[in-house]
Design a protein. Structure first.
Length: 895
């Protein structure tokens, strides 16, 4: 934790310091640096030394470089450096400050690997290099991953803890925002930062810095900064791979415009999008699937007392402060010792200067240097003369060191210093200079003693060092921190919103296709293949929904399951699809009878109808808790089955229809809201052998289209629900072909499929009627006749509510689909489909979402402008009024 260096890094810096390669010196070949490092300090070869040296010089890997480079040291593109014989280097400023005071006994030294030299255990390090430049490493059973930080912020946090050792994490975060990577980028959210700072372990989501531009009428995503420790070439290659594999379909091409004019850690990667692509969606896909977003692991593990320990940021800074306190104390003690030694020498020179002639004569008369030292120590000097030479304060300190005596003599060290001087220099000693040096030494000694007397004084020195480092090397942050975690981006942001046709077969195969797969046809056409199904697997549901909608799958057993539309397999019009059991966790024998598409779980309700005539209304909010295993939507009794589900709003009315051609219309308020796991109430009283085939919302502005199994059907206005032409409220016939029923309990003698009538009589009856509608009744009655189930018509199979502008898809048992405009079907008249194919379902698209037919023979070529309008309209999945396009089928409803 003290200097934040690995042994190889430390040895390289020490070797460069031995070569005097300071920031102001000339650079030398890296081969020489690596050779000296390997020969003097590092037991491994140059092959491991040079890559370490190179990395310390790369400003896209080091937040503060420790080596000042010259030559090719690699690039952010991933290019390798030149050989060590071609490159040159010297110490950078921060490295020189890390080595400062190394020669003043500030740290311990140990023998090198060959026992011929000494190397420092740790460097004095004026700033917390471990936090500033970070570190990554793997050992036996442990790993460290410390991200780099801004030097100025780290120094501020250190100063904060020096001033207030009890500062909390919040105060530290105010001055030290979080990691600051050399390559910039954007950190998503602060949760990972806070957790990492507090516990020493977390993960941080780091994204590339991007912005949008427009080139040649096409959107371009410009990447200017990439995640830490990645390369331009790798990112560009991965992007091209994603485009080739069509995992991201909105990208036209990727171009790297980075040049040497950019800052070394910045890039210029242009991702040109296709014109129809949604730039926000593509950007989210890039973050999800490409290296433009990465998860950075934070493990603040370092050696404390030669033992690994995971620490918080506060603990790391406190350990560094203790290291610097120890360095300053040892440096001060070293300087104090040196000052005292020099003071003692200067005292001897000043004593010798009192009678310099006698000193010179003694040296000349001595036969040897050793004899001269002995004779000088025998010269007695009166204390009065020494006091006059040293001054009052100096003589007092002299007496403290030597005791109070009438005379004094030179010490061995003082005599050694005198005989070591040339006689000429000794004769020319200037008293004023000696006094000036002596007084300075006295002041230094006093200062050193004062500094060592109180740890607060040492902390003040450490504090000032931090401020000096910030002023000298501090710069602005490169990495931005955005509010909001990356996890807040849900899958909807990765999927382009568009309108899809969802197809579900009776055997449980489902798919989604582009809406443009189905062309509009005129009534009576041959139709197109809507899905490739087996003879015994006709289409069950076909409806339109947005890719961002939730699909609520209701099964015949009364359960509900969830899926997003974009999770359904995308296929062509004739594709079979995927088995629904592989998407939902349904029980054995459970079959999906209907699905509802919703965007929001608002204040509406879901009305469920069962085969035996039961209905139940439940608030939509009850279904908002998505559960993988599904939830109970309705409690069924006996052998009852769910046949239909519709979204209902307050004030609406619903209509139930049966296979025998009966129908009942009642207000949604007649069915009170219930919880999910309830049985419901009676919706219609059924005659023997009859069963419910469908349920629709009775909109007064729409009409009911009923189709029978033989392809015949008719359209009848809903009306307001009030009885027309009658003040008594008697039941009216729903159409000309229907019988008039006297009460809500329909007469059992009403015509059914078992009592066929001739086509001619039915047609004549219908021509005589007009203004038919469905009156509002109380829930639970037998209802009124909707359509006659004659031999010609067959049983009623499906109903749907339509307007003139709607388009209807009639699905046959063999899987063919015929699209009909509802406006082409006359009110109160039968419509004919395929006379040789049995009808199984109806499906509706409200409004004119499908493209118009160009001729009477079926769907013709479409106009590209219509496609553009369709794309604009379905991209948000909303009408201009702000509501979602409502799609209703006999067994589906869309919010």
């Amino acid at each position: 934790m003290r200097d934040g260096l690995k042994p190889s890094q430390r040895r390289i810096l020490v070797a460069m310091n031995d070569l005097n390669l300071g920031p102001n010196s000339g650079r030398v070949k890296c081969a020489k640096i690596c050779g000296d490092t390997s020969g003097n300090y590092h037991p491994h070869g140059e092959g491991s030394v040079y890559p370490t040296l190179v990395r310390m010089a790369q400003n896209w890997n080091m937040r503060e470089t420790l080596v000042d480079k010259q030559g090719n040291f690699g690039s952010l593109a991933g290019m390798p450096p030149a050989a060590m014989r071609y490159t040159e280097a010297r110490l950078a400023g921060p490295a020189a400050d890390m080595l400062h005071d190394l020669d003043r006994d500030t740290v311990d030294f140990i023998p090198t690997y060959d026992q011929r030299n000494l190397e420092p255990v740790v460097l004095p390090a004026k700033f917390p290099n471990l936090l500033v430049n970070g570190s990554n490493g793997i050992a036996v059973g442990m790993a460290t991953s410390i991200p780099p930080h801004n030097l100025g912020e780290v120094c501020d946090a250190t100063v904060l803890l020096i001033d207030n050792p009890n500062a909390n994490l919040g105060q530290i975060l105010e001055v030290m925002q979080g990691p600051d990577f050399p390559t910039g980028g954007v950190i998503c959210g602060r949760a990972g930062i806070i957790q990492g700072f507090a516990t020493g372990r977390s993960t941080i989501t780091l994204r590339a810095r991007t912005h949008f531009e427009t080139e040649k009428n096409a959107d371009v995503i410009v990447v200017t900064e990439i995640p830490y420790q990645d390369t331009r070439d790798r990112i560009r290659g991965k992007l091209e791979e994603l485009v080739k594999e069509e995992r991201i379909k909105g990208i036209a091409k990727v171009t790297d415009y980075t040049d040497r004019n950019d800052k070394p850690w910045q890039v210029q990667i242009h991702i040109q999008l296709k014109r129809e692509a949604d730039k926000e969606v593509v950007l989210n896909q890039l973050f999800q699937f490409s290296p433009l977003q990465q998860t950075v692991s934070v493990i603040l593990l370092a050696l404390v007392g030669n033992r690994p320990k995971v620490m918080s940021v506060k603990e790391m800074l406190q350990e560094f402060i203790l290291h610097r306190i120890d360095v300053i104390r040892r440096r001060t003690e070293f300087l104090l010792s040196e000052a005292r030694k020099r003071k003692h020498t200067v005292e001897g020179l000043m004593i010798a200067q009192i009678d310099i002639d006698e000193v010179i004569r003694t040296i000349r008369q001595s036969p040897s240097r050793a004899e001269a030292k002995v004779r000088l120590q025998q010269i007695a000097v009166p204390s009065e003369l020494i006091a006059r030479a040293l001054g009052e304060s100096g003589f007092r300190l002299f007496q403290d060191d030597n005791g109070i005596k009438p005379t004094y003599s030179l010490s061995p060290n003082q005599s050694e210093a005198i005989v070591s001087m040339q006689l000429g220099s000794l004769a020319n000693l200037e008293r004023d200079k000696l006094v000036e040096e002596f007084n300075k030494l006295l002041a230094d000694i006093t200062g050193y003693l004062s500094l060592l007397s109180d740890e607060a004084n040492i902390r003040a020195v450490v504090r000032q060092d931090m401020l000096d480092m910030k002023a000298k090397y501090g710069d602005k942050r490169r990495t931005a921190i955005e509010e909001g975690e990356a996890e807040d981006v849900n899958r909807d942001d990765l999927i382009t919103e568009e309108t899809m046709t969802v197809v579900l077969s009776q055997r449980g195969y489902i798919k989604r296709t582009q809406l443009t797969e189905y062309e509009a046809q005129n009534r009576g056409g041959k139709g197109i293949i809507g899905a490739k199904t087996e003879d015994d697997d006709p289409i069950q549901n076909l409806f339109v929904a947005s890719t961002h909608d939730w699909l609520l799958f209701f099964t015949d057993k009364g359960k509900v399951y969830w899926s997003k539309v974009y999770d359904l397999p995308l296929g062509t019009r004739t594709a079979k699809g995927r088995a629904l059991v592989n998407l939902l966790t349904m029980s054995e024998g459970e079959k999906v009878c209907n699905c509802v598409a919703v965007r929001d779980y608002d204040d509406r309700g879901l009305m469920i109808a069962t085969r035996n005539g039961t209905v139940k209304k439940t608030p939509l909010e009850e279904y908002s808790r998505v559960k993988k295993g599904g939830l109970i939507a309705i409690s069924l009794v006996d052998d009852d089955l769910v046949v239909d589900v519709q979204l209902v709003s307050k004030g609406q009315s619903v209509l139930l229809a049966t296979a025998n051609g009966m129908s009942i219309r009642f207000a949604e308020s007649d069915a009170r809201s219930m919880g999910r796991a309830t049985q419901g109430v009676r919706g219609i009283r059924l005659s023997k052998g009859d069963f419910v085939i469908g349920m629709v919302i009775a909109d007064p502005e729409k009409s009911l289209l009923t189709v029978c199994e033989n392809g015949h059907g008719k359209r009848t206005p809903f009306g307001t629900g009030e009885a027309e032409g009658s003040d008594t409220g008697d039941t009216l016939a729903a159409d000309g072909a229907a019988d008039t029923l006297a009460t809500s309990d329909a007469d059992d003698s009403a015509p059914t499929a078992d009592a066929p009538e001739s086509d001619e009589a039915e047609a004549g009856d219908e021509a005589a009627k007009s203004g038919a509608q469905y009156r509002l009744q109380g829930r639970g009655g037998k209802g009124v006749r909707d359509i006659k189930t004659t031999a010609r018509n067959g049983k009623a199979v499906d109903i749907v509510a339509v307007t003139d502008a709607d388009e209807v898809l009639m699905v046959t048992a063999s899987g063919k689909i015929q699209r009909l405009r509802a406006g082409d079907i006359s009110v109160r008249r039968d419509c004919e489909g395929w006379s040789r194919d049995r009808v199984s379902r109806l499906s509706l698209c409200e409004g004119n979402f499908f493209r118009e037919a160009k001729d009477d023979n079926g769907a013709g070529p479409h106009d590209s402008r219509d496609d553009q309008q369709l794309g604009q309209r379905t991209a948000s999945g909303r009408h201009q009024s702000g509501s979602l396009p409502a799609v209703a089928t006999a067994h589906s409803a869309t919010a």
